[in-house]
Structures are given as C-alpha cells and as structure tokens.
Design a protein around this ligand. Structure first.
Ligand code: 9MR
Length: 546
C-alpha cells in the first residue's frame, strides 16, 4: 500500500520541502499539494529512488520546495495516498525549542515538581535520601550528599557521563545559538535574572559537583541497588541508593562541563564560576595523577553501565574546555598532544556520551581562542559535515545517518540529531546554505518523514510517540499517570532489540522499523536527557531561521 511521509509539524517557508512516497511504482508519478480547503496549490512529478536500504521500501521523493505560501493543513497526495496534514510557515519550531527544554524540569530529582508550573505533572520531591548516600562496598567507605540533578531516563539513576554530555550540549546551544537567553521555561527559579536555560542546567551541574569524591575523582553513577518495576514514582522508590565506583570518564566529564560552565556562568555569577573552575581543575589533575579507572560493562544491576574503555576522547574534551575557559598553556599542550586532535572523529555518528571528541572539536572550532592551527580545526568540522551531507543526499528519507550493515544503534534518534548539529556548525563556520538546508531537512525524519510515518516527539505531529519507557509517565500502564510531556523525544529504531517486547514484536525488522511505541520497549522507546538535548539544539537552530 502506498503512503506519503511528511514532516508532520511543518516546513519553514523558505526552507527545503520534501516528502517520501512509498509505492510499488518504479516510474515517476504525479503528485499534488492541497491546501486546507482541498484546493490543489502545486503539483509535479515524483523522483523514483529505488529501494531504500534503511527501510527496505521502494520509494520516491517529492520536492515541493517551489511552493512558498504559508498556511496550515496542507496535504500531499500521490499514487492514491494522502499524507498527514502539515504547516508551511514561520515560527514553527519555536514551541519545540521550549517544550524540549521544559522536559528537563520534570526530570528533576530532589525537588517537588510544582503542579502550577507543569499542570498534570506535579509530584513530591523524589529521593530526598540522596542527601546522604553510602558508597557500595566496592566503591569506598564514605557517604556523599548527591541530591538533585536530573533522572537519566525512564530509570531513576543519575550518571555523571550522561549528565555531562547533556549539560555540554545545552550549554553549547546557549553559547552558540541565538534566542535562548530569554527562553521562558516556567521554573521555580524563573525571574531571578538568570536565563532559564542556565537555571535548568545549574540544577544538574550542582549535582555533578557533588559527585566529586574527596580524591578529586568523580563517582560514575548513583542509583538503586536493584531495578524497580513500572510504574514507580520517584518519591515512592523503595530501593536503597548507592554510589558506584569512581571512573576516569566521569572525572573528565566533570572537568569538561565544569570548565565550560565556568566560562558561561561567569557573567551571571562570578562566585559560582570560580567554584566550577576550581572543581574542573581538581578533576583534571586527579584524572591525570590516578591510575585510569574504566566503568565496567557488567555493572548493570539497578542502573545502566555507561561503560567506556577508552577515555582519550574525554581527556581531549576536558583539556579543550579548560583551555577555552582559562587560556592555560598546560591545557593547550594537552589539546595539541591528544591523538584525537587531528584524528578523523566524524564517524557514522558524530558524538554521544561515550564518544566526546567531537564535542571538543566543535567548541575549539566555534569559541574564539589563540589555539595554533585553529583553521585546521574548523576545516575538519566542515569535512565531517561534508560526509554527513553526502549520506543525507543519498538517503530518500534525508537521514544523515547510515549505520554499517543497517544496524541502528540504541538511541539512534539522538545520533541522527547529533549529525545535524555538525551540519549546522558547518553552516555557522562557512555561511553556506547547503549545510543550513541539510540541518533543517534532517528534522523531517524525526518529525514524521520516516518509514513509520510517526513523529518521535510527544505532542508534535498528528501521529506521535507517547508511550516512552518511564517509571512515571506510565499512562499506558496506569491511566491516572501522564504520558511524557510535550517535547519528549523517543530513542528510536534500535536493531539490537534488547527488550522482550521488541524481541516479540520486531524480530527480523529492517532498520527504521526496529521501533515500537510501547512502554516496555526500553531498548527502542526510552526517553533520556542526552536525547532531548540534541533536540533542543537542532530545534533552536531551525527556530533561528524559520
Ligand atoms: O544510551 C545508552 C546506550 O548508548 C547504551 O548502548 C545502552 C546500554 O548500555 O544504555 C543506554 O543508556 C541507558 C542507561 O544505561 C540507563 N538509563 C537509560 C539509558 C537509555 O536507555
């Protein structure tokens, strides 16, 4: 059966406008664009693209970019199939920036979520006992106050490496995108004179600071001793909490984002910036003077492992942030000595919690500094973007992500988005329209132009994900509980099918089809702080220009 997949939110007036037709036909077909009254306002002929590897479908693309008249309720028809309705216009992405960012307040630990600020989402403070948490037997013999921060995902663990990349990306957006200074997020702190985005990020940064042990090293994570079931509201979690051992990756994450935070918070709160910088320096030194400690893959009871056996990228990133904030020669030396400084780091996906070299590269490219060879750094980002551009152009759904063997990663939606970040930064660096258009068009996939005809963002589009794996937004299991808030991104197709629902329902799936909007499918349909952060970033880029 034919279908027409579109960006269900809509297309910026002057941006690229394409859709993907699934059909058996191999010859070009006529298409029509109709307005909300059903009048045909544009027509043309499809471009047959053959079999799409990512879905196994025979597809055509439809380019209706010549139509530049704004409106709501447009539909595309071809081969007897009609798309979901969509808008064309300006300002389409501004609400998404705010909602994707407002998501973080609802993930807060250690503080009541106020019903007046988030109607339908109020709840008592979760895990007040995180103010006094013992080390697990293999982690030390002391206790720390590690309250606050954001719950990572559908679980109620708090992980330094994932908090780190999330903080980095939100601060990176704040530093390099426009329109985020006055983004109103309806937080308890709103109105305190500090931009709300920084108020939200500070909640997590404070937690990351608390995870620093007396040695200067940071604990990798704190979570429940055993896994809890669904639903479990945070304030009703019966499990004891424990600090897991310190790790070099966590320590360098802390160094990186505390240094970055010091740079960005200085203007608003110099004392806080000093505190952040001191913690960053201590962490960097501690990481260099203690033996390397890797977070093990086996540590999966009560929380996820976030295992990583290569911390050279974290070292490069921490050195880069410390250098950009302080100008210190020792940090410049560490940047220049890193094998990652000149390595090709723009692989299948640009970066994530485990692969952080691109975070360093993007900041070194964008943030003014005296680093020798900065032009080469900038050129390397553009070269990386060229590769993602080529992948996207070859892809009939315009996805700038094509994993080897069509084996989609856990959290693939965040990888799709992070590759768009590289394209957008290439636009910042060169001003060239092709990178801007690629970054804009890349959002189509997330918002419904995909093989499932589904928007992966709750509340956005006619048909959208709403049952992401969560112990609290568990409406699917208990109708008195809410769905995830508007602006929540689902993890997306994951060929690994690690959970039982995915195994039962998706066995043999091809790429894009390895996803199910079921609360028990934690491997394809979780929500996670480090997946919403790139949504904020890319939506902010789109909002700047639509
Ligand atoms: O996002 C993480 C993904 O890259 C890993 O492959 C996966 C398995 O280790 O874990 C994911 O992270 C989960 C974490 O361990 C616990 N909280 C939820 C995270 C998202 O599913």
């Amino acid at each position: 059966m034919s279908s027409v997949a579109v960006n269900q939110v809509g297309y910026p007036t002057s941006g690229p406008k394409r859709a993907t037709l699934v059909t058996d036909a191999v010859e070009p077909l006529p298409w029509q664009l109709a307005d909300d009254a059903g009048r045909v306002v544009a027509d043309g002929t499809t471009d047959p693209r053959g079999t799409d590897v990512s879905s196994g479908q025979n597809v055509h693309t439809i380019d209706f970019g010549a139509h530049q008249r704004a409106g709501a309720g447009f539909t595309l028809t071809a081969d007897g199939a009609t798309s979901h309705p969509f808008a064309i216009g300006a300002g389409l992405y501004r609400p998404l920036v705010a909602d994707a960012m407002r998501f973080f307040y609802c993930q807060r630990s250690g503080i009541e979520i106020r019903e007046d600020l988030r109607p339908g989402y109020g709840r008592p403070a979760g895990h007040p006992g995180d103010r006094d948490v013992p080390c697990a037997p293999d982690a030390g013999d002391y206790r720390l106050d590690v309250h606050g921060g954001w719950y990572d995902a559908g679980d109620q663990g708090k992980y330094v490496v994932n908090g780190g990349i999330t903080v980095w990306q939100l601060l990176h957006a704040f530093e390099h995108r426009t329109g985020l200074d006055d983004l109103a997020l309806d937080l308890p702190e709103s109105g305190n004179g500090v931009p709300d985005l920084l108020n939200e990020v500070r909640w997590e940064l404070n937690f990351l600071l608390r995870m620093q042990a007396p040695s200067g090293l940071a604990h990798h994570k704190i979570h429940d001793r055993e896994w809890t079931g669904l639903p479990t509201l945070p304030h009703l979690d019966p499990q004891p909490r424990e600090l897991r051992p310190v790790s070099t990756a966590a320590t360098l994450n802390l160094a990186a984002v505390a240094a970055q935070g010091a740079r960005i918070f200085r203007k608003h709160d110099a004392d806080y910036a000093d505190r952040l910088l001191a913690a960053a320096r201590t962490a960097f030194t501690a990481a260099g003077t203690h033996p390397v400690r890797y977070a093990p893959v086996e540590d999966t009871v009560g929380g996820g492992p976030y295992d990583d056996d290569d911390v050279r990228d974290e070292l490069y990133w921490a050195a880069a942030e410390l250098f950009l904030t302080t100008g210190g020669q020792e940090y410049a030396d560490a940047v220049l000595a890193s094998p990652l400084h000149t390595a090709d780091v723009f692989g299948t996906y640009a970066f994530d919690w485990a692969a952080t070299a691109v975070a360093a590269r993007l900041d070194l490219a964008l943030t003014p500094s005296t680093l020798p060879g900065r032009d080469d750094v900038r050129a390397s980002v553009v070269a990386g973007a060229d590769r993602y551009l080529a992948v996207q152009r070859a892809h009939p759904y315009a996805v700038a992500y094509a994993p080897p063997g069509n084996q989609w990663h856990w959290g693939s939606n965040s990888m799709v988005l992070n590759n768009l970040v590289v394209l957008a930064v290439a636009h910042d660096l060169t001003g060239e329209a092709r990178y801007r258009d690629a970054a804009l068009e890349g959002l189509d996939y997330i918002l419904g132009r995909n093989a499932l005809n589904l928007s992966y963002v709750t509340g956005y589009g006619t048909d959208h994900a709403r049952n992401q794996h969560s112990r609290w937004y568990a409406h699917q299991l208990d109708p008195s509980l809410p769905h995830p808030p508007r602006g929540t991104l689902a993890g997306g197709p994951n060929s690994g099918l690690q959970d039982e629902v995915a195994q039962a329902r998706l066995a043999g799936c091809v790429g894009q089809f390895c996803y199910i909007d079921d609360i028990h499918s934690w491997s394809t349909n979780e929500l996670t702080i480090n997946w919403n952060a790139p949504l904020v970033w890319v939506a902010a880029f789109a909002a700047e220009r639509d």
